[in-house]
Design a protein around this ligand. Structure first.
Ligand code: B12
Length: 233
């Protein structure tokens, strides 16, 4: 049984309710029950429809990016950085392009964090520079250079006309042009509508999606910059 909601460009009346059920049937919901209808503004109605769907899903065909690094506590992250890196790990974060949605990157970086977890500023061995909203790519590259960034964290929430993809490609190309391979910071992007499997295609090291916690990001930083790097050396 599923429940879906949508808005149709029709004024609210019995005919509109019938249209909502008809649409639900065409979506494969059968029988479909209209459980809520509300006029939104002139000529628009919001609907909630509940019913049975007869399609099957194939779980084995679903592809996801699994976490391939251990989840560490803040104490463990600090201990590994201190012992193995012997200096603070520098992180520079920003929303790039015209994007002003800072809540996501702030959730990861600011002390207050999210979902009961403190953000990266809380980690004693991490040095965080949060550039905020609408940062241009040249500004970001320059800040990364000045701060000797080990990692650059970029947030992209607006996806209209694939802005998040264009901006990410522009950002990764700019870092590749400005810095030689061994000196380039780890490039991480995040936002609710990214496809986490596109990292390679976009030229970044990792993509984090909806519901990411600061602890996951800190653990990945340690894995990629300390544990894995030492193993390769
Ligand atoms: C708050 C908000 C705003 C605020 C932003 C305030 C601020 N300082 O951030 C204001 C009012 C300014 C705003 C403006 C606009 N907004 Co707005 N906004 C929202 C809203 C309601 C919530 C976003 C949010 O804060 N989520 C909470 C955070 C915690 O979640 P998150 O961003 O997903 O972040 C998590 C993960 O994605 C991940 N993550 C995110 N970034 C990163 C980065 C890294 C490095 C990592 C590791 C992880 C990570 O970790 C976070 C924590 O788990 C959404 C709708 C919604 N409910 O999502 C619309 C929404 C994002 N906005 C939208 C739009 C269209 C706009 C405007 C264009 C509206 C307009 N016409 O003016 C403007 C654009 C302004 C601009 N220049 O960017 C659309 C975007 C559509 C799209 N997909 O392109 C949305 C989806 C609303 C909608 N349904 O249409 N908005």
């Amino acid at each position: 049984m599923v429940q879906v909601s949508f808005t149709l460009p029709v004024p609210h009346d019995k005919r509109a309710e019938g249209a909502a059920v008809q649409l639900a049937n065409k979506m494969g919901i059968d029988p479909a029950m209209l459980v809520h209808a509300k006029p939104m503004s002139d000529g628009f109605t919001f609907f909630v429809v509940y019913g049975r769907v007869n399609h099957l899903v194939d779980l084995s065909a679903v592809q996801v990016v699994e976490r391939d690094f251990p989840l560490l506590s803040a104490k463990e992250v600090n201990a590994v950085v201190k012992r193995r890196l012997r200096r603070k790990l520098s992180v520079v974060g920003a929303c790039i392009g015209t994007d002003a949605h800072t809540v996501g990157i702030d959730a990861i970086l600011n002390v207050k964090g999210i979902a009961g977890e403190k953000g990266l500023e809380y980690y004693r061995e991490l040095k965080v520079t949060n550039l905020g909203a609408q940062v241009s790519v040249p500004e970001l590259v320059e800040a990364a250079r000045v701060e000797r960034a080990d990692a650059v964290l970029v947030s992209q929430v607006v996806t209209q006309r694939d802005a998040h993809l264009h901006n990410t490609r522009e950002m990764s190309a700019a870092f590749r042009e400005a810095m030689p391979a061994g000196r380039r910071p780890l490039l991480i992007v995040g936002g609710p509508r990214f496809d986490e499997s596109m990292a390679g295609e976009l030229g970044v090291d990792r993509i984090f999606g909806r519901g990411t916690t600061p602890g996951e990001v800190a653990s990945f930083l340690v894995h990629a910059l300390v544990t894995e790097k030492k193993a390769k050396a």
